[in-house]
Design a protein around this ligand. Sequence first.
Ligand SMILES: [Zn+2]
Length: 406
Amino acid sequence: MTRRIGGAGTGPSPLSRSAGTPPPPPKAAQKNTAATEPSNLREARYESRFEEADTARPKPQAEGAKAGATAGAKAGAGASQDTAKLGADVRKTLDEQLALHPKNSAACKTLNALAASPGFQGMKPADQQKLLRYVGGTNRDLSGPARAALDKKLGTDAYKKADAGKQTAQLQKFLTDQPATPDVVSPQKDAFKDKRLPYTLHGPTKAKDIEFQSGKADAVKYEVEVDGRKIPVYLPKKMDKTSTHSIDEVAKGLAALPKSSRALVKEVLVEGKPNPDDAYWAKEYNDPNFSSYMTAGADGVINVYPSKPKQSQDYLDGTMIHETGHTLSMKTWGSDDSDKRWDGWKAAVKSDGIVPSKYAKASVGEDFGETLQLYQQVKGTSQEAEVRAMMPERFKIIDSLIAGKP
Ligand SMILES: [Zn+2]
């Protein structure tokens, strides 16, 4: 059997960037897009060097940790007077964020120090709200590292000795750049373990001349049966087990997908070789070391590429959700993100301001994949409300896209 990947309906993805997605794209990468775009281009995702081990994550403030020099002075009883200049809505948000940390005095001190700072008081109320929600949460994906970075900033001479206007500019830049944001949305350990459904493997059977994205090769075909549906999975006949996911790992990933994501997966191709489009993406994303881990397009075919070291099950589980985000968004709004139908998402990105990861800044398509993954990671957890408050417009769109589907 011979198969085509991509083909009619998938289309190329020029990945033109939204003006609302910070930071602006490197112009050099953009101008060559049309000329160098490979056929059958599929959205890519960075591979493992960006998987952040728990130990490598920016450390959130420890429970009960000693307050930083900055935080200490402004915290406590004086805080309410210092924040008298804030609007009622902002003070309410401050109280809500403080209430999230009944046992974390360091977090409260940072928030109080921020609120009492003349620089903060000079920000627009809408930005004050955004910043409080961003650094005030209990989630360790975004708020933990952001709060630690902000605490450090408030303690620097560059901040303390600046006048109010320059402090405001520094906080505004912090809110725009989000320097502590992780490289990619990455699940906590065993995040999807309890969501995994039972699955059955059928096969393997021999499959000749399969058109993998990385070239035609003989393969073995399995069918992974989950929740009453069989999803074909092709693996290379000869594979390097140190870098290529096994059928069981792929099956576990499919079994852990939210139902709405799994419904989008037509089949999975476990590639034996790197993505031939990596050179294109390296240029497009302005990263000479770029190598794809997974790709997907509107057709619902997921390609999984070798990675060294091989990715963890958690990372595979999370990335599969990200890939189904490409399928969902391309099916809904078109494979080319300059399509008008993408405008609603672009406006939501701009309005929310907070990004789910640095990788989300690569393109609006990646922003969608990263946001969907974060949405599913926090859905039904105690952190859902606070993360939703950070990116309300995007979460609303995802709500409506997967309405009625878990
Ligand atoms: Zn992607």
